[in-house]
Design a protein around this ligand. Structure first.
Ligand code: PPS
Length: 351
């Protein structure tokens, strides 16, 4: 008798869980499964090196990404409401997103470096196109749940055409775009591909990776289209959008912090600006656990034995990777693709 009752209860619980699970959105179903796999410590078997797919997205666009990455979240991202006080840091991968996110967060929190050291920047700045439990800090579910009164700090690598529809249309909130010269960015991305063992494909050799980058055969697609479109939008939205380059941050961090504070309409004392600058130098930020995805390393999503997240932090490191031929070819392609651009990049810190 007891056995029958017990069995019936188990069947009812399983059936209602399945029914409840089926009422969830695809994004939340996958997020829940990821969460369970992390809790059970089996994420390494669930998350494997993916391949890239040309994903057809809801607004008729396509984007090259690991299938699992955007398939479940992009429809929700496109629908996301934007608030007037939202702050969005956008960039192609490896342009200095984390650096700028930390600076922006500190500017908006009166240079409270003590608070900044107490929680991961990847939790304070939410990676909107990722799911919460994908292993990169907080994602879509966190953004959606933030109460009205909490200001939202959003990070994204999405091309402009895949930002939330409202953001594309209205320019609500404040957006900061970070750009970095593509040679250093490509080197940084190559190391990132090697160490993100569950989120990106095998990069192959340096030469294969460079060739893929030049053919836009990498996650998030073409670097050229990404930067060009944001630069174009910036020309029309200078009141709500700011454009910063990695190279300028390296050249004069204090000046750039001041300009960012001006854009964000925050009046900070000289002492506060200096505190932000000290906190955000490469020497200090690269040893700050809360700016370096330490949770992703601990959970096996990244492998810091292969490469650190904040690896070298230099302008001109590309010279250690590009052969003379690769460089000549890259320069030819770069000249051709950017001949009409008013945006210029610095490739060499000694210039
Ligand atoms: S990600 O994963 O796409 O969000 O990466 P992202 O944060 O955009 O870029 C990581 C690179 O930025 C460098 N970085 C810095 N350089 C100089 N100074 C400071 N403070 C700093 N903070 C981050 C980081 O080291 C990565 O570049 P590489 O060339 O790989 O070192």
């Amino acid at each position: 008798m007891c056995l029958v009752v017990g069995f019936t209860i188990v069947v009812i619980v399983v059936l209602s869980s399945v029914l409840w699970f089926r009422t969830l959105r695809a994004a939340d179903q996958i997020d829940l499964l990821l969460n369970i796999s992390f809790k059970l410590g089996i994420q390494r078997f669930v998350l494997r090196r993916p391949v890239l797919h040309n994903l057809s997205l809801a607004n008729g666009r396509t984007l090259l990404m690991p299938r699992a990455f955007l398939k479940y979240s992009i429809d929700e991202v496109l629908k996301l409401d934007i608030r007037h006080d939202d702050i969005i840091v956008s960039s192609y991968m490896k342009a200095g997103t984390t650096w700028v996110s930390e600076i922006v967060w500190l500017i908006c929190h009166n240079a409270d470096t003590v608070a900044a050291k107490q929680s991961s920047v990847h939790r304070r700045f939410v990676y909107v196109e990722a799911l919460d439990h994908q292993g990169f800090g907080c994602g879509l579910q966190t953004i959606e749940k933030l109460p009205e009164e909490r200001r939202r700090y959003i990070k994204t690598h999405l091309p402009f055409e895949l930002l939330p529809n409202e953001l594309q249309r209205s320019g609500k909130g404040k957006m900061i775009y970070v750009a970095r010269n593509p040679k250093d960015l490509c080197v940084s991305l190559y190391h990132f591909y090697k160490m993100v063992v569950t989120g990106l494909p095998e990069p192959g050799t340096w030469s294969e990776f460079l060739s893929n980058f030049c053919r836009s055969n990498v996650a998030y697609g073409s670097w050229f289209r990404h930067v060009e479109k944001y630069w174009q939008v910036y020309q029309e939205r200078k009141d709500t959008m700011y454009f910063v380059t990695y190279e300028n941050l390296k050249k004069d961090l204090k000046e750039e912090v001041k300009k960012l504070a001006g854009f964000l309409e925050k009046e900070l004392s000289d002492e506060e600006i200096d505190r932000i600058v000290r906190h955000c130098t490469f020497a200090n930020l690269s040893v700050n656990q809360n700016a370096n995805y330490s949770e992703a390393d601990a959970s096996g999503v990244m492998d810091f034995k292969i490469s650190k997240f904040m690896r070298k932090g230099e302008v001109g490191d590309w010279k250690n990777y590009f052969t003379i031929n690769q460089n000549d070819e890259f320069d030819r392609m770069f000249q051709e693709r950017t001949k009409d651009w008013t945006l210029k990049f610095e490739f060499d810190p000694s210039n």
